[in-house]
Structure formats: C-alpha cells, structure tokens
Write a protein that binds this ligand. Sequence first.
Ligand SMILES: NC(=O)c1ccc[n+]([C@@H]2O[C@H](COP(=O)([O-])OP(=O)(O)OC[C@H]3O[C@@H](n4cnc5c(N)ncnc54)[C@H](O)[C@@H]3O)[C@@H](O)[C@H]2O)c1
Length: 331
Amino acid sequence: MTNGRNEGRAVLVLGGAGYIGSHMVASLVDAGWVPVVLDNLATGHRDLLHPGVAFVEGDFGDRRMVVALLKKHRVQAVMHFAASSLVGESVQYPLVYYRNNVSKTIELLDAMREAGVRNLIFSSTAAVYGQPESVPITEAHSLHPTSPYGSTKAVIERLLTEVEAAHGLRHMSLRYFNAAGAHPDRPIGERHDPETHLIPSLMQVALGQRPGAEVFGLDWPTPDGSCVRDYVHVCDLASAHLLALEALLAGAPSAIYNVGTGVGCSVLEVIDSVRRVTGLPVPFVPAARRPGDPAVLVADADRIGRALGWRPELSDLDTIVETAWAWHRRG
Ligand SMILES: NC(=O)c1ccc[n+]([C@@H]2O[C@H](COP(=O)([O-])OP(=O)(O)OC[C@H]3O[C@@H](n4cnc5c(N)ncnc54)[C@H](O)[C@@H]3O)[C@@H](O)[C@H]2O)c1
C-alpha cells in the first residue's frame, strides 16, 4: 500500500495480472516504485500477481472507481497494458475490441483528467503500421492497420495527442513488436488460453502437450520462406517502460517509440532455437498463410535508444527461448 515513505512513487498498472503487465510490476518493485494493479482477470492470471503489491479486481472502464483509486494512492503515472489483443479475434468481434480498447480508454483518460494525473504510458503495437512499405519500420511510417485490433491502438494514439492539447495529459506510446520470453528469476511468464502465440505454442510442443506447431506459410518472400518477426524480451520491454516513466516524470515531452531490437528472426529460426535449447524434437506442419500477416515486421528502434538510452539486454533469440523454457517446464 502507498504510505508516507512511498509518497510520489505510486504507479497504477492496468493489466498487471497479464503477461507484460506482470513483468512490469516486478521491474517497478525492483526499481523502488509502488505499483498498484487493476485487472479484471479477463485474460490475466491471479498467479501472476506480485506478492505484496496492492491488487484491485475490476474494470479500468469504471471511471468512478478509477478516480477513487488514483486519489487514494496518490498515483503519479498510469501504465496502460489492459486490452483485448488478438488480431484474429478482433476481426470477428470488432465491437468488443472497440469497447474494451477505445471506449474504456476514453473513460480512463477522463478519470485521469478528473483526478489530475497527467502521465500515461500506453501499450501500443507494431500492428498500427499494417503492411510495411519499408523495413525496418521507423515511427514515421504511415499507419494503415489491417485489423480492428491495430485500429483501436491507432485511434488511442491519436486521441492522446488531442487530449494532451486540451487537458495537458502527457504520454508515451510504446509500439511493441513481438514480446517474448519470461522473467529469469521470478515465477512469471507467458500463458494464453487458447494458446496462439508462437513461442508458448512451441513450448507446448516440446513438452508433448500438442502434437506439432503450425507454420502459417512457407512461401513468403523471406530467406527461408517463413515469416520474419522482431522478438523483444519481456524484461527488456519493462526496462523501456521504466525509462519512459522516469523521462516523463522528469518533464520529457510526449513521444511515440518503437520497442524492438531491429533484428528479425524467422519462424523456422525460432523453431531451431527451441530444438537447440530444449534438446527435444519440435515437429511442425505447414499451414496456409493467415490473411493480413505481413511477411516481415522488424523495428527501427533507434529513436528510443537515442532519446531514452534504452538497449535490449536479454533479447537474443536463445536467451528468449531459454527463459521461456525454464518457465514452461516448471508447469
Ligand atoms: N504480447 C505482445 O507481443 C504485444 C505486442 C504489442 C502490444 N501488446 C499490448 O501490450 C498489452 C499487454 O499485452 P499482454 O500480451 O500482456 O496481454 P494480456 O492479455 O496477457 O494482458 C492484458 C491484461 O489486461 C487485463 N484486462 C483486459 N481488459 C481489461 C479491462 N477492461 N479491465 C481491467 N483489466 C483488463 C487482462 O485481464 C490481462 O491481465 C496490450 O495492450 C497489448 O495490446 C502486446
């Protein structure tokens, strides 16, 4: 709980029981911040909650409750990880996605305005770019999201600029590429139900919990024919947020940053890494391309390096896979 000693160090973490949010909470605690978690456990997990950290089970779209929380804990900044974030599901249920990601974020921004909290770090995504016109992708690349999920994030990025102009709410939008890996020292990692993410799916294959992985397309214009993505370790993502938080509170201007490594790995390279790290067979079956999947998504992450001094430390592929494997094999 926030107390006199912790005055000025409270950060409200929306979605702190989720994959990235739980790693953020661990980093905040380690850095001496006082996180307060708000999560409705829609896709989060109680066992990812950090021991001793204040947790409120509730919806971030509940404006009155959020105002009360912001005031009670004298929150300095909000980190907004809470969202619905499956591309395919968003195509099926656009209204659900706009309600959770857009309508509720409007309530959140209004709550922050009312409580006088003026600092927000927003989880955006490479999905705002859509099919890249050039790779690596800089922040100046045009935004043409190809899914309702990507659109909801682009809408909020724009709204944040407008809300800053009107109400002085300062923000950093971090456009993550592919978050991956697990905490090297704590019992937290990536788990979804159903599991659709590549690395956790491969872990299930290695553990014998599913027969094989599907590779969506082996005829892409890439060196080995499989899609290429930019994997960033979840703890490196958390360190980017810490730097963004410190900069924002020190008066840095609002900004948008890509968070990726600038290095692309193909799906087949990831499978090879899982075989190498686990020493186990990892069979896969070729499947049809998924509509809307770009062949290559790799960040130009120079801007965040230059502005905030961020450098990924755990994001080489084998380290990502080793940390994920250590977490998954604990069961
Ligand atoms: N995982 C990735 O590779 C990736 C890439 C780009 C962007 N992002 C973004 O990062 C954020 C976190 O992603 P994640 O992978 O940790 O997902 P996640 O599903 O594990 O975490 C989201 C958390 O938010 C909570 N939540 C959702 N709606 C809520 C609501 N209305 N009220 C309260 N809590 C709510 C969920 O219960 C969950 O704990 C999301 O905004 C996502 O769009 C993730």
